[in-house]
Design a protein around this ligand. Structure first.
Ligand code: FUL
Length: 743
């Protein structure tokens, strides 16, 4: 199904050019390609497509919140059936103002609430169904989650959006034309009773209703209703303004174009790529569609029309979209969220992070803490622009659009080289030596998305050295690289679709790195542990009592020796006072016995009897001392813990170095026993990789599941002989393992 063209009518007014030489702002977010257009003309057209005013306002929000809350919160499910009793919905301490203050403090700019999820239960007292809060005991049926949240948002200066699932597993009219009326009625209630709505989120998941029928959605009518009632609202995912990035992992495309062929604006393909059916109520995350290139030259040259259709990255802070108490300790860490930030906001997308309230109707303490830490680390990295105070020189500048403008945040002031310059440089003299490991670059997207390739160089030892290079920029691009200490930096635009317009450049330093070496493992008499950071001037602090170390904890001055089982936690603090992420390791005094069915080859004796469990993962150099090898035989290792213990996971790492006749095992079998004779299999992990793939790499095999046992056994089944087609065909194949993990 295609969208109607009139939805793309642009509402922006032309703004007169400031100077005669300055390029006029393009106006349209849609352009037709004439079959007679040359490739050059198509590229030129693509470069002049711009966001509509509503798309631009949305893009500026950068970071928004999803709140999945509803019947599933109380049934502990991800997808309800529609058969749930409304009496189950009964939050004990619902407080929308808490949601707003938590999200605001986290730096989020809008909250999108699941007014109705697929189970059809409405969080507002809709006139058109009884399957809603009005049939629940909550506030004696007088409650209105949507109303309270909208009010708290508007009071708190937060934008407000709604998620209304088109798929409704409760509504009896679903699957008939009447449902389209019903849906428009509900949409109308939501868009007229709750003040300003800035985003309407239509889900891609679509299945059968209670009568077994699927619905033919009247999208055009839905869109027209929204345009009429809330013209500033963007319509996302199954809609014309905002595109689903194609994964729920939080990681967008490396080359993310906001200008793409109009044919990609297609609800059917979104629905196909969306989550289909959960098995036994177990949540299945969506597949990843981000491998598809959407907007490079090869795509747009074949298009019949082009459109501005920016990407939104939706991801949950927990494994599920809805709250489950069992996931309280699986809230994503600030480190993971920062990585997601670089890969979403930093890849020309908006980040829509889901934070699901619990059965009290509050955001759980763990999520609140993590969001605070995530904000603090973003402030530490991006709060200061290390380019501030720099002098900036450009290869050329259009009248009034000089290089220094890139240090001023916002789009109002920006730099543009002279008209027609598709390659251009900006050179920053930082005035003093600075250590940087990350750059922010922004295009002024009011002129379109134009840059196709750029690189960053630092001045070192009397010459320019490239530290990173990438493709698209768009609204914002963040790139990470290894720390560089320099006083001169050069940004090079290497290829652009039209004269580039750069609105901002920032240099930053990420939190310091910290490594504990070796990692967790076992030792016999004693173990020597080194802690290091990426700069010698960073201070390292550690604790041995389980507390989170800070500048008042033990200060690390050199290698530590432990003779007893020890758990260490450490942080590094740099000269700005910015802390690294916490690192920890456990060193266990061996109270177990390891035996081998076939002795490992004495050509590779390892370091000691605990080589396989010393926490030291080797490089891929099998001669490094970290690896043990078996020639022709299987590796069968049994560990006797002397008493019964509780475990949850086993893993083993193997080497693939076929040039040295070392192959991954065909299969690894993980088993446990209480008498050392009868073993129960915890899991079997098969190798699916062809022998001639990824040589020179390592691979972990593992099995998970809670169990109690005295013995564990790991059996890696060798290829036995080198396979057909290999130089050593028929000769004995090696299996190399460097580490076994039993947790
Ligand atoms: C998906 C839905 O099926 C999930 O439950 C969740 O709402 C997610 C944001 O979109 O399509």
């Amino acid at each position: 199904m295609k969208y109607s063209l009139k939805l793309f009518l642009v509402l922006s007014l032309a703004i007169p050019a400031l100077t005669a030489c300055r390029e006029q702002k393009p106006k349209s977010n849609f352009v037709k390609i004439d079959p007679k257009d040359t490739p050059g003309e198509i590229i030129e057209k693509a470069a002049h497509i711009v966001p509509s005013p509503r798309q631009l306002a949305w893009q500026d929000l950068e970071f928004t919140a999803f709140v999945h809350f509803g019947m599933n919160t109380f049934t502990n499910r991800e997808w309800g059936t529609g058969q749930e009793d409304p009496a189950l919905f009964n939050p004990t301490a619902f407080d929308a103002t808490q949601w707003v203050s938590v999200m605001k403090e986290a730096g989020m700019k809008m909250i999108i609430a699941t007014a109705k999820h697929h189970d059809g239960f409405c969080l507002w007292p809709s006139k058109y169904t009884d399957h809603s809060v009005k049939s629940s005991p909550w506030k004696d049926g007088k409650g209105d989650v949507v109303g309270e949240l909208a009010e708290a948002c508007h009071q708190g200066g937060m934008k407000f959006g709604i998620y209304l699932s088109p798929w409704d597993r409760y509504e009896p009219t679903y699957g008939t034309e009447q449902y389209n009326d019903h849906f428009v009625n509900q949409l109308t209630e939501l868009l007229t009773q709750y003040g300003e709505v800035d985003e309407v989120w239509f889900d891609g998941a679509c299945g059968e209703g209670p009568n077994g029928k699927k619905q033919v959605y009247d999208w055009t009518r839905y869109y027209e209703t929204i345009r009429e009632l809330q013209p500033q609202a963007v319509i996302a995912i199954m809609g014309p303004d905002v595109r689903w990035v194609g994964t729920e992992s939080g990681y967008g495309r490396v080359a993310e174009w906001s200008v793409i062929p109009y044919s990609a604006v297609n609800t059917e393909s979104v629905a196909d790529a969306s989550q289909q059916e959960p098995s036994n109520g177990v949540f299945i995350p969506m597949g990843d569609k981000t491998a598809r290139d959407l907007g490079s030259r090869s795509k747009i040259l074949k298009a019949s029309a082009l459109v501005w259709y920016p990407s939104e990255v939706d991801v949950s802070i927990r494994p599920g979209w809805f709250y489950h108490a069992s996931q309280d300790d699986r809230v994503k860490t600030p480190e993971k969220l920062l990585d997601i930030w670089f890969s979403s906001v930093g890849r020309n997308s908006l980040l829509l992070l889901n934070v699901p309230p619990d059965q009290r109707g509050l955001i759980h303490e763990n999520d609140v803490r993590i969001l605070k830490e995530f904000k603090a680390v973003r402030d530490a990295v991006f709060g200061e622009n290390l380019a501030e105070g720099a002098t900036v020189k450009a290869s050329s500048s259009a009248a009034g659009l000089h290089a220094g403008n890139v240090l001023i945040p916002g789009r109002e002031k920006f730099w543009m080289p002279r008209k027609g310059k598709l390659e251009a440089n900006l050179e920053f003299d930082l005035q003093k030596e600075q250590t940087i490991d990350c750059i922010t670059v922004q295009e002024n997207i009011e002129y379109g998305q134009r840059v196709e390739q750029f690189s960053l160089e630092v001045w070192k030892k009397e010459r320019w050295r490239e530290v990173t290079r990438s493709t698209t920029i768009g609204n914002k691009r963040l790139l990470r690289f290894s720390p560089q200490t320099t006083n001169r930096v050069r940004l090079r635009i290497l290829q652009s679709r039209a004269t580039p317009a750069i609105s901002f450049v920032g240099f930053h330093k990420r939190p310091p790195e910290l490594k504990i070496n070796p990692g967790s493992g076992a030792f016999i008499d004693s173990v020597n542990v080194r802690i290091s950071s990426d700069s010698e001037s960073n201070k390292i602090y550690y604790s041995l009592d389980g507390t989170v170390p800070d500048e008042f904890s033990l200060k690390y001055t050199g290698p530590l020796t432990f003779e007893k089982t020890t758990h260490i936690r450490a942080v590094a603090i740099d000269h700005r006072g910015v802390k690294s992420f916490l690192r920890e390791a456990t060193f266990t005094k061996a109270d177990f016995k390891m035996t081998y069915l076939h002795a490992p080859s004495d050509k590779y004796p390892g370091r000691d009897q605990l080589t396989l469990m010393d926490g030291r993962k080797g490089s891929t150099d099998f001669g490094s001392g970290a690896w043990l090898g078996w020639e022709g035989d299987d590796m069968v290792v049994t560990i006797d813990y002397k008493t019964r213990k509780s475990f949850r996971r086993m893993a083993a790492d193997f080497l693939n170095d076929t040039g040295s006749w070392i192959f991954l095992p065909k299969e690894v079998i993980f088993a446990y026993s209480n008498d050392g004779r009868h073993f129960t299999t915890l899991g079997r992990s098969k190798n699916t990789q062809a022998w001639d793939q990824f040589t020179g790499s390592r691979k972990e095999f593992s099995a998970s599941g809670h169990f109690q046992a005295r013995y564990v056994r790991i059996s890696a089944i060798s290829m036995g002989v080198c396979p057909k087609g290999h130089a050593g065909e028929g000769g004995k194949a090696w299996v190399f393992c460097d580490e076994i993990t039993v947790e």
